[in-house]
Design a protein around this ligand. Structure first.
Ligand code: GP9
Ligand code: MN
Length: 638
């Protein structure tokens, strides 16, 4: 047979088709912010570069049939990766990481949520793969070639040149992209989805090896940082204010601060919680930030129990569930406290059963501890009202003093509600998620009111303090248009986005009488030291990054998991340093993210704190990746 050059080799056709598809996904299915034409160019180029990189490998196969097989399976696997990311993105506004792939049990438990995340038109994502499949089978003779060595080397060299070009553009656009990779959107935007996954794989193996090579030498530097920067506060007047009392901690699902003392359709969203903000036995923290990452509720739990940061990739409950920790339940056990978690869901969700052992939580009342029927459940499971009602008997039977965490479930995306549980009308906008959020939050508010009444009736109330905390945001940036409409703003700026990361915190101490609204900048990292102080338990030798919320002298900033921060004076996000109170960028140049890299005055306003924030996050990460608590001897506390 005579050698015939194909009109166009299939690997090039595949790269073009796949590149176009990926680009369309970037533009229309992911919400990637493009600030300038350089970013637009990079985003346009990278889908083709990475597609070419992979498909061009086909030239190395000698036999044509192998070449074709490689192309069609690569197209299929690549498409599945795109599809999974699209579905995942709709839920989390984020890109999947390797640790999350091992959270398969969670993915399947998403149940009804997952169905709402898949759209009929997603089938179109598979069109190019189908075309490539068809061509590879039917047009094999016309579209494959026996490449001479020079052709193969050329294809490889071409791939590498394209990749280098892409990385160069990315580095120009965003220096230190790889070293400061807190933000997955930047990575995907600059190097593309597939290179991002390859990068993630490298980071994953690196962190895995960190544990193997750790020997405890890392600890003194961390302790020194903590002594100098974190543990600078004085003991507050509240030290021992709840000594010997039970702690009832309500982890309120997806409860955000913007609904508190706010209205929808002319009605209060949370009348009960609003009344607590004015209650003399309640301290209400209005500038309290959630600091979670990809682990959502479990990350908030991690913060509360350890006063360490969750990880920037994956859920620490999963990836480091068998580490050694020195968590709140363990510390207070020495003072005679029993600890428990009550949450009507699979015990293995977020690997809670595994992690709770490491945190030394004594009892876990999971789904099987509750009577769950089709009538009393919705969405994720048991509704909050029956959940609290059925929890009372467990609280009553617990050995005192106890520390119990109750995790609610109804106010969870997609905020499904039964007609009979709906007391207020949804909001009206283009986002059903935001619309339905309000009636669901109102339901939780009513459930909490009932819970307070039941605690009083059961006699548990008097010997307890009650903490209510929002675990993380419920409304992601995907709904910004509707959110700006609700808040009466023209748009949601990066500054607003950070402010939307506030979740309410209430500390209710029956009989206290001095309750007030607290406006200090605070966050979930502060809960462990705060609770220890309220209970009158010294924790000088402990290793953690939070401060007592009631102390007047604190470190003065809250680090968010993506490296942004909120300090008493500033909010730093998206490369811009804002005045925290007015929301104005600190100077004119501040509106331009690039100015930061050029050492503008803006850099000076936020940079000193930014340095500490970066250090703090990485020290916390090192403690976890290296499993360093196994080397620390906390001694016998009396
Ligand atoms: C699941 C519940 C909700 O048990 O904590 O999970 P979330 O998605 O918010 O992490
Ligand atoms: Mn949650």
């Amino acid at each position: 047979m005579k050698f015939k050059r194909p009109i166009m080799p299939l690997y090039i056709i595949a790269s073009l088709l796949f590149g176009v598809k990926t680009y369309i996904v970037y533009r229309f299915l992911f919400n990637i912010e493009l600030d300038n034409s350089m970013q637009e160019l990079i985003l346009f180029v990278n889908p083709f570069v990475s597609a070419f990189l992979i498909f061009a490998l086909s030239v190395w196969f000698k036999r044509k049939s192998r070449q074709m097989k490689f192309l069609r399976y690569t197209a299929l696997i690549g498409t599945v990766i795109v599809f999974v990311n699209v579905v995942f993105y709709r839920q989390f506004t984020d890109f999947i990481t390797i640790p999350q792939l091992f959270m398969g049990s969670n993915m399947s438990d998403l149940g009804s949520s997952i169905l709402t995340l898949i759209k009929p038109y997603d089938i179109l994502l598979f069109v190019d793969a189908a075309v490539i499949w068809y061509l590879s089978r039917k047009q094999e003779a016309a579209l494959s070639v026996d490449y001479p060595k020079s052709g193969k080397v050329f294809a490889l060299a071409m791939s590498l040149v394209l990749l280098a070009g892409n990385f160069l553009l990315a580095e120009m656009e965003r220096p230190q992209l790889f070293t400061r990779a807190f933000d997955r959107e930047y990575l995907v935007k600059n190097i593309g989805l597939f290179n991002y996954h390859a990068y993630d794989l490298v980071v994953h193996s690196k962190t895995e090896s960190q544990r193997v090579f750790a020997d405890g030498n890392e600890i003194p530097e961390i302790q020194e940082f903590i002594d100098e920067n974190v543990k600078i506060y004085d003991k507050s007047d509240m030290f021992g204010a709840a000594e010997g009392k039970n702690v009832i901690f309500v982890n309120a699902e997806s409860l955000q601060q913007f609904v508190i003392n706010n209205k929808v359709n002319g009605e209060e969203v949370t009348p009960f919680l609003n009344s607590l903000t004015k209650d003399s036995d309640t301290y209400y923290f209005e500038n309290f930030y959630e600091q979670t990452g990809q682990g959502n509720t479990s990350d908030s739990e991690f913060l509360i129990e350890n006063s360490l940061y969750p990880l920037s990739r994956g859920a620490v409950f999963f990836t480091h569930g068998s580490n050694e920790y020195h968590a709140l339940p363990e510390v207070i056990k020495e003072k005679g406290y029993t600890s428990s978690v009550l949450h009507s869901n699979n015990k293995s969700f977020w690997n809670r059963d595994g992690m709770y052992e490491s945190l030394e939580i004594d009892h876990f009342y999971g789904e099987e501890a509750y009577e769950v029927t089709p009538e009393n459940s919705i969405g994720w499971g048991l509704k909050d009202k029956p959940f609290f009602e059925q929890s009372i008997k467990y609280l009553q039977s617990m050995e005192e003093p106890f520390y119990s965490k109750l995790i609610t479930l109804t106010n969870h995306f997609p905020f499904e509600m039964d007609e009979q549980d709906t007391s207020i009308e949804p909001f009206e906008s283009n986002s059903n998620t935001l619309n339905n959020y309000f009636p669901a939050v109102r339901y939780m508010d009513e459930a909490l009111e009932q819970f307070f009444a039941q605690l009083k009736e059961s006699g548990v109330y008097d010997d307890s303090i009650i903490v209510i905390m929002g675990d993380h945001i419920g409304i992601s940036a995907n709904h910004n248009k509707a959110m700006s409409m609700y808040l009466g703003k023209e748009e949601i700026t990066p500054y607003d986005q950070v402010q939307l990361q506030r979740v309410p915190l209430f500390i209710h101490i029956p009989g206290d009488g001095n309750g007030k609204v607290m406006s200090e900048v605070t966050g979930q990292i502060d809960m462990k030291p705060t609770l220890l102080n309220l209970l009158g338990i010294e924790s000088e030798d402990d290793v953690y990054f939070g401060n007592d919320l009631f102390s007047e002298k604190r470190k003065g900033y809250i680090a968010l998991r993506n490296g942004d921060f909120v300090s008493d004076d500033y909010i730093s996000t998206a490369g811009i340093c804002y005045d925290r109170v007015t929301g104005e960028p600190i100077d004119a140049a501040a509106g331009n993210a690039d100015a930061v890299e050029e050492h503008s005055p803006t850099e000076n306003a936020c940079s000193a704190i930014q340095e500490k924030v970066d250090k703090e996050l990485s020290f916390s990460d090192n403690l976890i990746y290296g499993d360093l608590f196994r080397f620390i001897d906390f001694g016998e506390e009396e």
